[in-house]
Ligand binder design. Structure first.
Ligand SMILES: [Zn+2]
Ligand SMILES: [Zn+2]
Length: 106
């Protein structure tokens, strides 16, 4: 088996370095947002945990109608992209859980 590379030159080095810096900035921002928790009211209304709100909030989702069901009570649910919830709102609230990932609300 072979693993190939794109040709490397000094611009490649610059681009990769830039990309890393950009990524570190992004992580820094996510972590700051997580710690500040400024969307507390909104995310509680949506029944979303801190992690789903600030860290894991840019999942690449396929746009289409997706049918799923609540992982606790099997209630059918439909979403407009592939980023579907795990729990229905009722079960999430009832069990103090995030409706997206099922973790404890914080
Ligand atoms: Zn449910
Ligand atoms: Zn969550």
């Amino acid at each position: 088996m072979q693993i190939g590379h794109f040709p490397w030159d000094i611009n490649t080095q610059k681009n990769i370095t830039q990309e890393h810096k950009r990524y570190i900035k992004q992580i820094e921002k996510e972590l700051t947002d997580y710690l500040d928790d400024n969307s507390l009211k909104d995310r509680k209304k949506e029944q979303l945990c801190k992690y789903c709100t600030y860290i894991d909030n840019h999942r690449i989702a396929m746009s289409a109608f997706f049918d799923t069901w609540c992982a606790k009570c099997n209630t059918p649910m439909q979403f407009v992209n592939s980023d579907v919830n795990m729990l229905c709102k009722y079960c999430a609230v009832e069990n103090n859980s995030c409706c997206k990932c099922g973790a404890e609300m914080d």
